[in-house]
Design a protein around this ligand. Structure first.
Ligand SMILES: [Zn+2]
Length: 269
């Protein structure tokens, strides 16, 4: 227990240090003025940002797995960057039950069902990219349908409870569905895609259809990755899901796809 308490204290100290670095850039104005060249008067910008900024490396460093998770009072690991486009939510990294993205919108794409639902919503940036992906699919006569995008914590909780009852244990339910708080759908950055050919189902055979192949080849150009690829089950914690795409932005999506790695691997390097 003592060891754990010490470790937690260290983690807390590290976390507050990081937060201080990123949010209190104006706390030492005299130091900053002293280190800046005399010709620059931008006292609100820190000097590190002015020295050859590389936005992509910066984003990647900020989202690194090791520094974006913290244990809560119940010992549950919670992510600290839930609004980051690169946030990683998986079986080791939970979202708080109260987390809800603030910029959810409904993308203008065909869905497999008619009624209004949170399942049609995505974060704005992802929704815009999804509309572009679907427009290109349509132009190439590829029939794709949105099946399930945003899923609030409460919805995941009831789905998981229903499956636990059906399969007899939480462990068995977890083989096919995420624990509440561990679903990437709660980030508003993921969507499950199906097609008429698949009869609106989500099956691994989707990956062998023209629609599934087109999706895998083209999603990265619009900023999406196949989040749970074949052969990466031990890293992602999930079986191959050719239907589940996740928005990470164009540059990152293309790099991850070209290297054949997962989001976890990209943010561990
Ligand atoms: Zn999914």
């Amino acid at each position: 227990m003592n060891k754990q308490t010490t470790m937690l204290a260290l983690l807390l100290a590290a976390a507050s240090f990081t937060a201080g670095c990123t949010s209190e850039t104006g706390s030492k104005p005299s130091d900053q003025t002293a280190t800046q060249p005399p010709s620059q008067n931008n006292s609100h910008k820190n000097t590190q940002a002015q020295a050859q900024p590389d936005p992509l490396t910066d984003e990647r460093t900020k989202a690194a797995l090791a520094t974006t998770v913290m244990k809560n009072n119940s010992g549950v690991q919670e992510v600290t960057n839930m609004n980051d486009v690169l946030v990683v939510v998986n079986k080791q990294r939970n979202l708080q039950s109260t987390f809800e993205p603030s910029d959810l919108v409904e993308p203008n794409i065909p869905f497999s069902f008619k009624e209004k639902s949170p399942r049609k919503m995505m974060r704005k940036e992802a929704a815009t990219a999804l509309e572009e992906l679907f427009a290109q699919a349509k132009a190439e006569n590829i029939d794709l349908l949105g099946q399930s995008a945003y899923r609030p914590y409460s919805m995941q909780k009831s789905v998981f409870a229903r499956l636990t009852k059906k399969y007899g244990s939480e462990e068995k339910a977890n083989a096919v569905s995420a624990y509440p708080g561990q679903s990437e759908h709660q980030t508003g950055l993921a969507i499950d895609i199906t097609s008429k050919r698949m009869g609106n189902t989500l099956e691994q055979t989707f990956g062998d259809t023209p629609e599934g192949k087109w999706l895998a080849a083209n999603a990265p150009k619009y900023g999406f990755i196949i989040r749970y690829p074949k052969g990466k089950e031990s890293i992602t914690g999930y079986a191959y899901e050719p239907w589940h795409i996740r928005y990470v932005g164009k540059t990152v999506a293309q790099e991850i796809t070209e290297k054949g790695i997962t989001l976890e691997e990209y943010l561990s390097q």
